[in-house]
Every structure is written in C-alpha cells, then in structure tokens.
Design a protein around this ligand. Structure first.
Ligand code: SF4
Length: 260
C-alpha cells in the first residue's frame, strides 16, 4: 500500500504527553492554516510504500509504547492510516492520532475498528464563530482549502462529539497566535464550547504556544509568540468554563495549570 509520507521521528516524548512514541507525519491536509509550520508537507507529494514505515516502527518498537500519526492530516489517507494503525496494534503498540477534525466519519470508523487509543483534536477557534474558524484555516486566503467555514465547523463539531462519546481518550487543543487567535474572549469562547460538547471533565484542554519561524504566511514569521505568563493568563479565562486546563510552551513543555 502507498502513502504520501512526510517524516518519521523514531523516538519522541513531546507528541504524546506521558508516553514515548514513534511519530509518523503524513503529507497533505484540507486546510491551509497561515501559521502552519509543516506547510512543506502540504503540497509536494512523496509517495512511498507503507512497508518502509513498518520497518521504522519495528526499529523503534523496543524503545516506545505507542505510534503517533500526525501531519498534515493523517485521516486524509484513511487506507494507509488504517493499515499502519493495524500494524502498530499487531505489534502491541498504542495508536494516537493528531487530527484537525475534518473527517468525523473516518474517526468513527477507526474507533469502531478498534484501531485508535487516543485522538488529539485541534479546535482552532470557537466553532460558534464560523467566520473566525474559516480565517484560521486559511479560507479566503488560500484556494486549496477544502470546504466552506460552515462545513468545516460542522465536521470539527461532529468529530469532537463522536470521540467524546466513545471510550477512546481525547485531548483538545488550540494553538494561540498573537494577532490571529488568542484573546481572552476567544479562548473563553472555545472553553465554553468544550463545556457544552464534552461531559468527561478529565479531558484536557491544552492551550499551546504557536511558533512562527517557519510559518506558511511569511508576514507571520516575525510575530512574537505568546510567552508562558500570557498563556497562563489565557488559561485562567478558559478555567471559567473548564477545569482541566494545560499549557504547552516550548521552554517549559506540558504543564497542568493549578488554580487556587
Ligand atoms: S491543520 Fe493547519 S496546521 Fe495542521 S497541517 Fe493542516 S494546514 Fe498545517
């Protein structure tokens, strides 16, 4: 089987908090987020045989407990993803998937087939603010965005609803970008939306620092990232609606925020 392939990180401790993983990045994505730092994987294809990735998984197997699929958007290549997830499972490894939420039916299929242990879903803005969601995924700026903002928020909402109603682990995250997304009101709106859609209070909401040196939109490359204190302040606003808040900052890693 063929896969449009980006990169493998043989041993990673950052892509799945609390686990050591081999991380496999697929190419291609239906979105064009202006801050995307993997944008080189969005256009030029590199088609290889999945057997090559299987060899990588076997090499990493003694050192990892899980395989993490990222991208790009791994659910875009559901055939290759299912094949490799099944291979990981046969080898006794857990499967995690980073997704932008655009493929709810495919997420449901993976859950039904028992091929995924954890989804990490981007909620890039509040789905209640359709226009903002469209802007964040590059709608109107890049022609290759698939779907309208209305379709995109509907699909992201369905993906979160499907995973939240399953017994698969879930992490929801938002990347904050100065001048694009990350005001107190915007983060509060996202946290309120989560509280309306998710009942399991153990599900973490992660506010992660966007880094822009390699952003797709050139004018973003000089943008100053939010620092830890600023993101902690945003966490406080999210906490008005959701208890289990984490922040992810380059120099500090993952931190669960403790509130008084
Ligand atoms: S969802 Fe956005 S940030 Fe993620 S790979 Fe696609 S374009 Fe890049």
């Amino acid at each position: 089987m063929k896969v449009n392939y980006g990169l493998t990180i043989p041993i990673s401790t950052v892509d799945w908090h609390g686990r050591v993983s081999i991380s496999i990045f697929f190419r291609a994505c239906p979105f064009r987020c202006p801050y995307c730092h993997n944008y080189k994987y969005l256009s030029d294809p590199d088609i290889i045989d999945t057997a090559e990735i299987e060899k990588d998984i076997i090499k990493s197997k003694p050192f990892v407990s899980s395989v993490l699929f990222s991208g790009g958007e791994p659910l875009m290549q559901i055939g290759a993803l299912k094949h490799l997830a099944a291979f990981a499972k046969e080898n006794g490894l857990l499967v995690g998937i980073h997704t932008n939420g655009f493929y709810p039916d495919r997420a449901a299929e993976l859950i039904a087939d028992g091929l995924v242990d954890k989804f990490f879903i981007d909620v890039k803005a509040s789905p209640d603010d359709v226009e903002m969601y469209g802007r964040i995924v590059g709608y109107g700026e890049y022609e290759s965005v698939v779907g309208t903002p209305e379709e995109i928020v509907d699909r992201v909402t369905r993906t979160v609803d499907i995973v939240a109603a399953s017994d698969v682990e879930l992490e929801i995250r938002t990347t904050v970008i100065r001048g694009l997304i990350g005001s107190a009101d915007e983060i509060s709106m996202i946290a309120r939306w989560i509280a309306e859609h998710v009942t399991d209070e153990d599900i973490p909401y992660v506010i992660q620092q966007g880094l822009f040196e390699n952003a797709m939109r050139e004018s973003l490359r000089e943008t100053l990232p939010f620092d830890r204190d600023e993101i902690l302040e945003l966490a406080g606003h999210a906490h008005e609606f959701w208890d289990n808040i984490w922040i992810r900052v380059k120099d500090y890693g993952n931190e669960k925020v403790k509130f008084e």
